[in-house]
Design a protein around this ligand. Structure first.
Ligand code: SF4
Length: 500
């Protein structure tokens, strides 16, 4: 049996695509290797949103030339956004690469590998499935959660992007927006929940622009027929909540601020399954820069929408993405961004330095903010966001919170296994002194004991401890206990995690 390994660069969408590659390769008879050294086929699933991630791919391929020379029949595959962006050029530039496959061509991967094994030439397949979009489903593992024991899973509801933000390569690498029928989405989520998954994250480049291609959803309460920003996303959330009552949490990423409409805000207020946290990329707090970025909202519109959301769902927290050093960004523009961060009071922030990307409208603008200034602005941005997060986490000490336990920490606490999970607001919580209990996939009540820099330390409440299951031992002296009985969550190697 040929063995394969996958290395993933970039965002959650890529992590999800890697899971689907695992599925198609396993179905075709491949088995997963322990790592690249044991693999016959190595897939690099790439990201091109940031310049650095692309450079990492190039140095990784350079390093892997030796891996290939060790055995002549080894196959190197490049998938993902750099594959889509560069296509055949990659084959010409880097002779170590055998197959280039775009995100929409994942189902064809086993066939391409088969042709190569029969003596075919290196090949690039990067065709968008615009006319008949395909959405690969996750394969649930009964009793174990969809992703090898994980209580959380991703479900893609749309792909591509029609927004054309001037800095972004995604419309070029992922194509125009295509949506998945709502019945198919609900069926996949129901199967995952039946297999033990507790939390679903809906995925899409602009996830809240969703429309059912088959028109199977009723208009959501509060949806306006006249609002150009209205979509059917709120109706989809309601349909999932109604048809899959066993789902504990329903997240989504990444929404566009334009589609944070009254119907979506109302869904947040009325659906208990939606957590009290939204990640809403803003990119800049300056109207002048937002126009140059072609974001299609103003700062005042963004603030008004987020304020309406927080008023509808008291205690809801927001996080965001911000680019510093966009062409033409002055100190005043950056000061406007800093003031927006404080005004909205984000509890999490992904900050990036602007870098020129091929095929983007912003290439026409001079990249006129120096690297030093970009670095200095990024540091100030992080300082502001860390202060907000620290105050927020400190404020939670002494409270009780509900945590969905996602796995075991690598570090071990004094009281045994340290479990970790997230609150409904997405705060990371480490649970101490519960090593004798089996908490994976449970929603448990904890008392917050203290705040770390980016997370919280907690202990189970007495009621939660009394209700929890003890870990089962597989055999006398079996230190792994119930952990051995559960399939371990497969951890995909991720080189660089970045927001979109
Ligand atoms: S930043 Fe987001 S909304 Fe804008 S073009 Fe890229 S993927 Fe689309």
């Amino acid at each position: 049996m040929p063995r394969y390994a996958i290395t993933t660069f970039g965002c959650q969408m890529n992590v999800h695509d890697s899971e689907r590659m695992h599925d198609v390769l396993r179905r075709a008879g491949y088995t997963e290797a322990g790592g690249p050294d044991e693999a016959d086929v190595l897939v690099l699933n790439t990201c091109s949103v940031r310049e650095k991630a692309e450079q990492k791919l190039r140095s990784e391929v350079g390093r892997l030339a030796r891996w290939k020379r060790e055995r002549g029949d080894r196959v190197l595959v490049v998938a993902g956004c750099v594959a889509q962006q560069e296509g055949e050029r990659l084959l010409k530039q880097m002779r170590a690469i055998d197959v280039v496959v775009g995100p929409d061509n994942i189902p064809e991967l086993p066939g391409l590998l088969g042709d190569l094994a029969l003596g075919g030439l290196p090949v690039a397949r990067t065709v968008f499935d615009v006319d008949a979009p395909r959405f690969l489903m996750a394969s649930p593992t009964p009793g174990a959660g969809a992703q090898g024991g994980a209580p959380a899973a991703f479900v893609t509801i749309m792909k591509g992007c029609d927004e054309r933000c001037s800095f972004c390569i995604v419309p070029y690498t992922r194509g125009p927006e295509r949506y998945r029928p709502s019945d198919e989405i609900v069926a996949e989520i129901a199967a995952l929940v039946a297999a033990g998954v507790r939390e679903i994250t809906l995925l899409g480049q602009t996830v809240n622009s969703y429309r059912d291609p088959l028109g199977a959803l009723p208009r959501a309460p509060g949806a306006s027929a006249d609002d150009p920003d209205e979509s059917e996303f709120a109706a989809l959330l309601r349909r999932i909540a109604e048809r899959v009552p066993g789902l504990a949490r329903l997240r989504y990423t990444s929404p566009h601020p334009r589609h944070l409409t009254p119907s979506l805000i109302r869904a947040h207020a009325e659906l208990a399954v939606l957590p009290r946290h939204v990640h809403l990329p803003v990119q800049s707090g300056s109207d002048r820069i937002l126009r140059r970025m072609i974001r299609r909202y103003t700062r005042a519109e963004y603030v008004a929408r987020t304020r309406a959301l927080v008023e509808a769902v008291p205690g809801l927290t927001l996080s965001t993405d911000i680019i510093v050093g966009f062409p033409g960004e002055t100190e005043d523009d950056f000061a406007a961004t800093l003031s927006l961060v404080r005004e909205v009071g984000y509890k999490g922030l992904f900050g990036f330095k602007y870098s020129r990307r091929p095929h983007t409208p912003a290439l026409k603008l001079p990249d006129d903010v120096s690297e030093d200034v970009k670095g200095e602005r990024l540091a100030r941005l992080f300082e502001a966001s860390e202060a907000l997060l620290a105050a927020h986490l400190e404020g939670l000490v002494g409270t009780t919170q509900e945590v969905l336990v996602e796995g075991r920490d690598k570090q071990r606490g004094a009281g045994g296994t340290l479990w970790s999970g997230r609150t409904g607001r997405h705060e990371i919580v480490h649970i101490e002194g519960a090593g004798e209990l089996d908490l994976l996939g449970e929603v448990v009540e904890v008392a917050i004991a203290r705040a770390n820099k980016h997370s919280l330390q907690a202990e189970l409440t007495e009621a939660a401890r009394a209700a929890a299951r003890p870990r089962q031992r597989v055999g006398a002296g079996d230190a792994a206990g119930a952990e051995a009985a559960r399939p371990a969550r497969r951890v995909l190697p991720v080189i660089a995690a970045e927001g979109g």
